[in-house]
Write a protein that binds this ligand. Structure first.
Ligand SMILES: Cc1ncc(COP(=O)(O)O)c(C=O)c1O
Length: 454
């Protein structure tokens, strides 16, 4: 899954892709205001300006999709269906693949889980986000231990698949880029291993698609899932794209209008239903045309900006953050595959002597920087990385990670298209100053989180 990037191109000369919110100012507890540094892209990225402009241009023409006879309904239906084509192109889908619009990655993976054939075995690494870890509970799930190298990941999967019932259906679920460490997973190799053992594979691309090109054909994955709100299109839609045979045989995810082709009363008083055998089968109800269109718009904007440039710029920013954090001995960056493993713009770390919630609160209140602290909906992974029993709550001001002790949760900084140099530079300065001088303000615990005392 390598992306070719000219190292010499990794300079700030590549301009950030414009996003909304770049001029928003926030108050500091210490006085004054600063522009907000949004460094929590891994949770939800800001909207691309282009996405916002496209949605605004379409909004007056908004109409009901698939049902209306009016001009705007037809226009909206075209827009909706063309968005499917744009997403399929973005993902380099195979001809027979279908793009199903969902609400999010979580929704997409739950849809696939509901469509598994009987007796399907599922293989999933314990390191996954809960959205990939949990939907398979009704299936025969094998949870694989955290590997410490990409090669070990492939070997672990190979071993597990070699032991499986060779005749039944099987599915492997894997993330493309970790939402905790940002590290890239060897998707193509895992797909080859899955297929060699007659299993299928679904790629959780929630963190990968916003940062790297994803080619279904090249990676040879059976499905890809991602969310609009992490792909600069925060209007409530997501995607499950890929093979349709399991989905076309499954009961509709939601029963209702749009999913049904024909409904008739039976002689015995019941109802007979003929379901669609296209993506519409799993898209019952009135679709979120704005959400879907915004994803298509983001796909086009990212493609036009060029992933080579986007990746090069992000590597430049990752380098700045890594170098800055490396200069602070109290900071430990979390990694499964080793410090030099390729990653997207997502890094988690702990600070010796600091409660992570306290640290994140001080970054926000004193520097106007928005990061995330906690366990990032990946509890088993964070437990492995910290070597401790993670907890979301800690008493503010009472450092949970005194020197020599293990942290109970972590801080995550994440960025991408639209992040200016100044945001990551401010972040590095803030970390350095907080560790050196301590917080300037007092904080208290409220609902298990640190907040400024006043
Ligand atoms: C790797 C990964 N998978 C799945 C999800 C779930 O995404 P959503 O909350 O949009 O459903 C996330 C969200 O953080 C994620 O990082």
């Amino acid at each position: 899954m390598s992306v070719s990037v000219d190292a010499a191109a990794c300079t700030e000369t590549i301009a950030p892709l414009p996003v909304l919110g770049r001029d928003v100012t926030v108050p500091l507890v210490t006085g004054g205001e600063v522009t907000y540094a949004a460094l929590d892209y891994a949770a939800s990225a800001p909207a691309l300006q282009r996405v916002w402009d496209d949605v605004a241009a379409y909004a007056p023409y908004y109409g009901s999709v698939h049902r209306g006879a009016g001009y705007l309904s037809q226009l909206s239906t075209d827009l909706f269906e063309n968005s499917r084509v744009a997403v399929a192109e973005f993902l380099d889908c195979r001809e027979d693949d279908q793009v199903v619009f969902t609400r999010s990655t979580t929704d997409s993976l739950n849809l696939l889980a509901a469509a598994l054939p009987a007796d399907c075995q599922v293989f999933v690494f314990e390191t996954e986000h809960h959205a990939s870890l949990l939907p398979w509970r009704d299936a025969r799930v094998t949870y694989l231990n955290a590997p410490r190298t990409p090669d070990e990941a492939v070997a672990t999967l190979e071993r597990a698949l070699a032991d499986r019932d060779p005749y039944g259906p099987a599915l492997v679920c894997v993330t493309g880029a970790s939402n905790v460490t940002g590290e890239l997973w060897p998707v193509r190799e895992l797909a080859a291993a899955a297929h060699a053992h007659g299993a299928r594979i679904v790629l959780d691309a929630a963190q990968l698609a916003p940062h790297h090109p994803v080619s279904v054909r090249e990676l040879d994955v059976d499905w890809v899932a991602f969310s609009g709100h992490k792909l600069y299109a925060p209007f409530g839609s997501g995607v499950l794209a890929g093979r349709f045979d399991w989905l076309s045989e499954a009961e509709p995810y939601l029963a209702g209008g749009g999913a049904s082709r024909k409904v008739a009363r039976r002689g015995d008083g019941g109802v007979d239903v003929e379901w669609h055998d296209s993506a519409a089968r799993h898209e019952a109800g009135s679709p979120n045309v704005i959400g879907v269109y915004s994803i298509a718009s983001a796909c086009k904007a990212l493609t036009e900006a060029g992933f080579d440039d986007l990746v090069a710029r992000e590597r430049f920013l990752i380098g700045k953050v890594r170098d800055g954090l490396a200069a602070v001995p109290e900071v430990k960056v979390l990694s499964l595959f080793g410090d030099d493993a390729p990653r997207v713009g997502v890094l988690s770390f702990v600070v010796e002597g600091w409660n992570s919630s306290h640290f994140a609160a001080a970054l926000s209140a004193e520097y106007g920087i928005g990061v995330r602290d906690g366990l990032f909906c990946a509890h088993p992974l964070v437990r492995t990385l910290l070597g401790s029993d993670p907890q979301t709550q800690g008493e503010c001001g009472a450092p949970e990670a005194a020197p020599g002790e293990k942290s109970l949760n972590a801080i995550r900084v994440s960025f991408g298209a639209g992040t200016p140099d100044e945001h990551v530079e401010r972040f590095v300065t803030a970390v350095t100053e907080l560790v050196r001088d301590g917080a300037q303000w007092k904080y208290r615990t409220e609902g298990g989180r640190c907040v400024p005392a006043v």
